[in-house]
Design a protein around this ligand. Sequence first.
Ligand SMILES: [Zn+2]
Length: 207
Amino acid sequence: MQEHEKQQLAGPFPDELVLRSDAALGVGNNPISDSSYHGSDSLAVIEEVIHRAYLSKLVGEEGLRIVECIPGEEITDERLAELTGISLNTVRRTLYLLYEHRLAIYRRKRDPDSGWLTYLWQLCPENFDKALESEAKRLLRKLEERLVYEKENIFYACTEGCARFVFDEASDANFVCPFCQGSLEYMENAKVVEAIEKQIKDLKACL
Ligand SMILES: [Zn+2]
């Protein structure tokens, strides 16, 4: 069974960002495992998660690697391709995508000897902050909806770990898992509620 199918059964929000953040923030059984989150305090982790989720949605995973290699000063597209090992075409596509979203700017410079044009790129940190703030607000709304859903429902889960169901779904299925025919048993969700409440509190502190 696919992960997204499970998630759709588990909640009304098959939203990619929320799911991504769920995994990264440790709702459910997914602890923060990415090594880049080591030792960060929780605010920094949350900012990092929002930042990555937002960017990867915009420019994809390769694009995210490119963005992470852009220094605080100007850099050429060729140099970025060298640094990341990603094709120049992809680097350029990513940079123009960032440009369209006002997250990067460029300046053209003509080489006095060859006459070739070089593009010098730079990120726009102030626009990043604005974009991230609206992304954080969107995430906050999703988390608040999710919290209500968790508090208003009683959950049953397959003992084999296939999926989680709300009471009505479990009851309609006679408490038999539709995927593996295993039994569906009551599942405590206080930990999930607690984790979401903590995320909401931390997220509010970021805004
Ligand atoms: Zn099952």
